[in-house]
Write a protein that binds this ligand. Structure first.
Ligand SMILES: *[C@@H]1O[C@H](CO)[C@@H](O)[C@H](O)[C@H]1NC(C)=O
Ligand SMILES: *[C@@H]1O[C@H](CO)[C@@H](O)[C@H](O)[C@H]1NC(C)=O
Ligand SMILES: *[C@@H]1O[C@H](CO)[C@@H](O)[C@H](O)[C@H]1NC(C)=O
Ligand SMILES: *[C@@H]1O[C@H](CO)[C@@H](O)[C@H](O)[C@H]1NC(C)=O
Ligand SMILES: *[C@@H]1O[C@H](CO)[C@@H](O)[C@H](O)[C@H]1NC(C)=O
Ligand SMILES: *[C@@H]1O[C@H](CO)[C@@H](O)[C@H](O)[C@H]1NC(C)=O
Ligand SMILES: *[C@@H]1O[C@H](CO)[C@@H](O)[C@H](O)[C@H]1NC(C)=O
Ligand SMILES: *[C@@H]1O[C@H](CO)[C@@H](O)[C@H](O)[C@H]1NC(C)=O
Length: 424
């Protein structure tokens, strides 16, 4: 029991010595001065500060900073830091100085500066402010009125993006059910940093009665493509080939697909998730620029098949992949099963079968008569002798018997003659 206790004591001593060693110079390090905060654009928040007074001349000054809750720690030589923040909540930055980029070096006392949301009743601010970038062409933002607002509030939406150079106002605000919406053009410019910048959005009212709401829309997500366009459906060796064109502004590699095949006869509803659209058949490959092809297996060719496709962005090019496009126009291939055709077939088949059976029966009856001639009925013969003499069948039977007898006689003559020949 003694040894562990002693070891613990030793550890405590070592730890104490380590701490003391680091803490001593840190305490002499003075804090930063003149920390201030300002807002640029709609919600780019910028903190600036001046170097500490009386810093050691041998110190290569570095600044340690983090947001409230110790988020996004950073050690850098610059005397400013900025962040895009939806200003719906208070946000604070803490800054300290130190003499190296070494993380284990303890910085000076931290100085804090916060920025609060704009004045106003939080309950009056609009809620569920969301924006979707439609086909990389226009952005549509929607929101719901705040709880404490009059129904005739006149909203305005402002937006900013690095490529626009200034804050713009969204032109036509309209209602969409419960939501209020506004759309503005935002087309991708050929600039490699375009998508690194977000769109800053602010919604307020003309009269200044509601508290402004902010949103920051990253351009690597929230993208909803237009639906694709089906060009051709064809059957090749029993497989269904679907060809379509992608919505404009998208490369094929940046999209995933869903192909829906409904079969009206089997009443099936199949959905194929296509990560990479490609047809084995070389006929379809590379011959048509911008055309995508997918082979659907196991489709009944003699029935009506209805196909639709939708697309969404994938993780290869975008950060989120949750928004499906609308379904494309449906296209059909094959014959629709005609209900009247079915009814007529249902009626005609028994008629044909019945007719065939009757014909067969009649034929069998004649065959029976030929194979098994009716046994002469003595009663009938008497009847014929004394009664009706015009019965044809009797004449025919008499003739039949007569013929058989003559045949037997001829046979015996032939036999006798051949016997004679053999004996000679
Ligand atoms: C802080 O700001 C004041 C006034 O703006 C200025 O006089 C002072 O020199 C600044 N302090 C430092 C350390 O730069
Ligand atoms: C700065 O460093 C030099 C040599 O490296 C040393 O002589 C001097 O005492 C140091 N000054 C302070 C204030 O630590
Ligand atoms: C950082 O400081 C610790 C203790 O002060 C030291 O052991 C370590 O080597 C330093 N790291 C760098 C990269 O200077
Ligand atoms: C909104 O605008 C309409 C017409 O421009 C006006 O009549 C109405 O009073 C405005 N509402 C508010 C809350 O200012
Ligand atoms: C948006 O773009 C379309 C065509 O791309 C154009 O017709 C329309 O006028 C533009 N709207 C605005 C507000 O610039
Ligand atoms: C998608 O479908 C919705 C609802 O049917 C419609 O309002 C919208 O215009 C469609 N979007 C496109 C890009 O076709
Ligand atoms: C569809 O594809 C098939 C097979 O390649 C071709 O025979 C047919 O002409 C195409 N139809 C249309 C409308 O392009
Ligand atoms: C295919 O079937 C599903 C499920 O029955 C249905 O929701 C869908 O609308 C159908 N598609 C077409 C193009 O009719």
């Amino acid at each position: 029991m003694e040894r562990p206790a002693r070891l613990c004591g030793l550890w405590a001593l070592l730890l104490y010595a380590g701490r003391g060693g680091v803490a001593a110079p840190a305490e002499s390090q003075p804090p930063v001065t003149n920390l201030s905060v300002s807002v640029e654009n709609l919600c780019t928040i910028i903190w600036t500060w001046n170097p500490p007074e009386g810093a050691s001349p041998n110190c290569s000054l570095k600044y340690f900073s983090h947001f409230g809750n110790k988020q996004d720690k950073k050690i850098a030589p610059e005397t400013h830091r900025s962040k895009e923040v939806p200003l719906n909540e208070r946000i604070c930055l803490q800054v300290g100085s130190q003499c190296s980029t070494n993380e284990s070096e303890k910085p000076s006392i931290l100085v804090e500066k916060c920025i609060s949301p704009p004045e106003g009743d939080p309950e009056s601010a609009v809620t569920e402010l969301q924006c979707i970038w439609h086909n990389l062409r226009y952005m549509k933002c929607t929101w719901l009125p705040g709880r404490n607002t009059s129904p005739d509030t006149n909203y305005t939406l402002y937006y900013w993006h690095n490529s626009l150079g200034k804050i713009l106002q969204c032109e036509n605000i309209y209602r969409e059910g419960q939501h209020i919406a506004c759309s503005f053009n935002l087309t991708k410019v050929k600039d490699s940093s375009f998508e690194q910048h977000s769109v800053q959005v602010m919604v307020k009212d003309n009269a200044g009665k509601i508290r402004p709401s902010f949103n920051i829309v990253p351009l690597t997500s929230h993208v909803k493509p237009d639906p694709p366009h089906i060009k051709n459906l064809s059957f090749q060796n029993g497989d269904l080939y679907v060809q379509w064109t992608n919505p404009q502004n998208f490369q094929s590699k940046c999209l995933s697909y869903e192909v829906e095949v409904n079969n009206s006869h089997a009443e099936t509803h199949d959905i194929f998730y296509v990560e990479e659209a490609k047809c084995q058949n070389t006929e379809f490959e590379g011959n048509l620029e911008g055309t995508i092809c997918f082979m659907v297996p196991g489709v009944l060719p003699d029935t009506l098949n209805t196909v639709r496709i939708r697309v969404k962005t994938n993780k290869l090019c975008y950060e989120d992949d949750k928004l499906w496009s609308n379904w494309s126009q449906a296209m059909s291939i094959g014959q629709k099963a005609n209900p009247t055709f079915y009814i007529t077939t249902l009626l005609i088949i028994p008629v044909i079968v019945a007719a065939a059976v009757i014909v067969l029966l009649l034929y069998l009856k004649r065959l029976k008569i030929i194979i098994f001639p009716p046994i002469p009925d003595p009663g009938k013969i008497f009847k014929e002798m004394f009664g009706d003499q015009n019965d044809d069948t009797l004449h025919w039977k008499k003739y039949d018997i007569y013929e058989k007898q003559t045949k037997e006689e001829t046979d015996s003559v032939v036999l006798i003659e051949s016997l004679k020949r053999a004996s000679q």
